[in-house]
Design a protein. Sequence first.
Length: 100
Amino acid sequence: IGEVLAVGSQVMGYVEPLQSVNEVIVRSLECGLAVGSISNAMLSCLMNTVCAFWSGKHLSLVKSNVDDTLRLMSSHSTLVWILQTLPLYRTVLAMIGNVD
């Protein structure tokens, strides 16, 4: 069921406002973690972050979201998902003005 929710939430992003998709993404993340579908849970984490960015949330909230996402991904040792999240993280930092 984690996979169905993860992929379904991606499809919803094309037909629904991104703000309404977030609830399904969070449910997908929780379900994926509960059943041990780490890959789909990390996909949901990344989608949550992307939706937060593109739906116009305040950048400090997006940065906090990405920090939490990267922490969760690190705790599950999912390097591929971490590497896919880093470009968005750098973009958020650049827009805030925190690039080293």
